[in-house]
Design a protein around this ligand. Structure first.
Ligand code: NAP
Length: 348
């Protein structure tokens, strides 16, 4: 098939670089346009960017000239956004108004009622909200992916949803790569834990309810549950681990929950989307897994691992889940969203 040209807004930043690496060799999408601030615009990407990921900068992007993030700059119809949050609201809106499909990793539009907060394995039907964005007079649309810890939590919870999720207490151990570059000073994080990540707990508590909610035509009915999050930065490079306790309405047996994890599959797997891992949620039976160094990279960084399911003396059950924060929690999540949009005919 002829590849679809795509662009990246905020391509020079940490998340932008993850997009560029994740898109390298993609079977459907071809990176043709990169945008950043006016500090970078006009320069070749290789000159504008301090490349901070492992391995060399892909040659295909090195010579692309960085553009200003304005729709008039001949950006492709499909653009991924890794914009700085301080400017993403207006710039993403301008692109959507002008007819672009903006698949965004930024937090700015996630909780707007007509914007899908999409995890393709959980709520592909929420893409139905896009039609309502045209009421704003937009010729295009904005589709978002969740915060990186919320992806781990919601993927760990979704196989349990049929049993009636009522209460969730989630404690994160989040990798330093989630704080961007230069991130947390080494003097603060080496041999230490920081029990505060600005804004993160609120995002986990609200985004989870929207993602696991029901599509109701022109809005999402949030999951009627309570979520309490504790967010901690730990000296791990990649991979956010979440320790979760959950109360379930139906009081199922433990073996039913293990069965639910082991048999869980979803639309991206059925459609064989290029970035969909064969097993979106992998239950590990070893007593000391999942672990970020050993498990975050499974399924090309797109598999969420779960383990240690056991009874909880306070709520009903507890378990640990883990996701690669810059792949399943950022660039990979957005690319999978775009693959679903393409497969469902939204990008025609
Ligand atoms: P970053 O490294 O600071 O990169 C920000 C990008 O935005 C750069 O490409 C920058 O271009 C561009 N930019 C800044 N001001 C601009 C303007 N006025 N007009 C156009 N472009 C502008 O940030 P990041 O860590 O990649 O994070 C990007 C977004 O993803 C943020 O919204 C962040 O909250 C979110 N996020 C980050 C992570 C993570 O792991 N870092 C995880 C989840 C979500 P220049 O290089 O030209 O300045």
């Amino acid at each position: 098939m002829k590849k679809i040209e795509v662009g990246v807004l905020g391509a020079t930043g940490m998340v932008g670089q993850n997009f560029i690496r994740f898109l390298e060799g993609h079977p459907w999408f071809e990176l043709a346009w990169v945008g950043a601030s006016d500090r970078s615009a006009g320069k070749p990407y290789a000159e504008a960017t301090a490349w901070r990921l492992d391995g060399p900068m892909p040659e295909t992007v090195a010579k692309l000239v960085v553009q200003e993030c304005r729709p008039e700059t001949k950006a492709p119809k499909l653009v991924f956004s890794a914009m700085d949050a301080s400017v993403a609201t207006e710039i993403e809106r301008a692109f959507a108004e002008a007819g672009h499909y903006v698949v965004s990793n930024s937090r700015n539009h996630r909780m707007e009622p007509d914007v899908p907060l999409l995890v393709p394995e959980i709520n592909p039907d929420h893409l139905g909200l896009v039609a309502h964005q045209h009421r704003r007079g937009w010729k295009g649309a904005i589709v978002t992916n969740p915060n990186c810890s919320t992806v781990a939590l919601t993927m760990g919870l979704v196989p349990l949803k049929p049993f009636g999720i009522e209460k969730v207490v989630a404690t994160t151990m989040q990798a330093v790569s989630g704080a961007g570059y230069p991130g947390v000073a080494s003097f603060d994080i080496v041999g230490n834990v920081i029990p505060f990540i600005s804004g993160e707990e609120g995002k986990m508590e609200t985004e989870t309810l929207k993602i696991l909610g029901e599509f109701a035509g022109d809005h999402v009915e949030f999951l009627p549950a309570k979520v309490s999050a504790h967010c901690n930065r730990v000296p791990v490079l990649d991979g956010h681990t979440v320790a979760v306790s959950v109360a379930l309405r139906d009081k199922p047996h433990l073996k039913d929950l293990i069965h639910a994890y082991e048999t869980f599959t979803a639309l991206p797997q059925k459609l064989k989307l290029p970035s969909a891992p064969p097993k979106p949620v992998l239950y590990l039976h070893e007593e000391n897994r999942p672990q970020p160094r050993r498990d975050a990279g499974r399924g090309n960084g797109m598999t969420v691992t779960v383990g240690r399911l056991r009874t909880c003396p306070v709520l009903d059950y507890k378990f640990v889940c883990l996701a690669h924060n810059t792949i399943r929690g950022a660039a990979g999540a957005a690319v999978l969203n775009a693959e679903l949009m393409y497969a469902q005919g939204l990008l025609k």
